[in-house]
Write a protein that binds this ligand. Structure first.
Ligand SMILES: C[S@@+](CC[C@H](N)C(=O)[O-])C[C@H]1O[C@@H](n2cnc3c(N)ncnc32)[C@H](O)[C@@H]1O
Length: 272
């Protein structure tokens, strides 16, 4: 762990706010995890009552993340990853997927939630040949993230930047785009972006999200499909482009007649 205090330091515990729901913890709840509090479960259940599809969305987003990192490792030869807005550890985290393909892969995780810091030890189980590191950092400070990640990653060599479900937390769309640009600007040609975000395509989803945003949690903003595609501007898209995540190189072809798009859109692209 680079210059952050140990994951279990007492101050981290005292910083955990259990009075309002938190993004990483609700996401963990929807994914079937146990690293969440009553306040998160209440907010998560209320959301699900309005829009039951959210659980499938959370799972499809993680499955996309896994397939995209596998592609970066096996298809694009990427051996270094920067995963910003990591969330709480789940079954298949970026380093496990990448190191399964290439054990020497190096992975830096970044999140600003103190509970993620507390659980970071579960993310730091690298293969002996590779490295994993965790930084307590803020998306709004991309140059700081890059400078600190550069102690573990060689930023003169291609990096896979993973942004999974974090950009919606930036209220202003143009600002969120600028943050992606600033992160990619610090990475060399041949680097890739794997990104997926909640999409503004379903009125029930919108309604559940509006109610959530009024709960005291850090709001999350659903973006139009065009806005999500806009995050990839200036990059070379990897087939099949920016699409509903379950259509991005699925492991199993969707059953006939099941073409319902879930409302999570993502893609992978290469920096020329
Ligand atoms: C919806 S969760 C997604 C977690 C994970 N990437 C995934 O796909 O399963 C969003 C994550 O972004 C983190 N986050 C939100 N705003 C952030 C910021 N400004 N800087 C760093 N992390 C942030 C939250 O703490 C949370 O872990």
């Amino acid at each position: 762990m680079t210059d952050d205090a140990p994951a279990d330091r007492p101050e981290s515990v005292s910083k955990i706010d259990t009075s309002v729901p938190h993004s990483a913890r609700i996401w963990n709840y929807w994914l079937g995890g146990t690293d969440n509090y009553e306040v998160d479960r209440v907010a998560g259940d209320r959301y699900r009552e309005t829009f039951p599809g959210i659980v499938d969305i959370a799972r499809a987003s993680r499955a996309f993340l896994a397939r995209s990192v596998r592609h970066l490792a096996a298809g694009a030869g990427i051996r270094q990853y920067l995963d910003v807005g990591t969330g709480l550890p789940t079954a298949d985290n970026t380093h496990q997927i990448a190191q399964r393909v290439a054990p020497q892969s190096r992975v830096v995780y970044v999140d600003n939630d103190p509970l993620v810091l507390m659980h970071a030890h579960a993310l730091l189980t690298s293969t002996p040949e590779g490295v994993t590191d965790y930084l307590q950092g803020d998306l709004y400070e991309p140059e700081d993230i890059l400078a600190r990640a550069g102690r573990t990653l060689d930023l003169s060599r291609p990096v896979g930047l993973v942004l999974s479900g974090i950009l919606g937390h930036v209220a202003d769309y143009e600002e969120s785009r600028a943050l992606v640009r600033r992160l990619m600007a610090g990475l060399p040609p041949g680097s890739h972006l794997s990104l997926n975000e909640g999409a503004d395509i379903d009125e029930t989803y919108n309604r559940a999200q509006r109610a959530y945003n009024e709960s005291g949690a850090l709001p999350y903003h659903l973006r139009t499909p065009e806005q999500i595609a806009g995050y990839f501007e200036g990059l070379e898209p990897v087939e099949p482009g920016v699409v509903p995540v379950q259509r991005w190189r699925p492991d199993v072809a969707p059953a006939a007649g099941r073409r319902h798009d879930l409302g999570q859109i993502g893609g992978v692209a290469r920096k020329p």
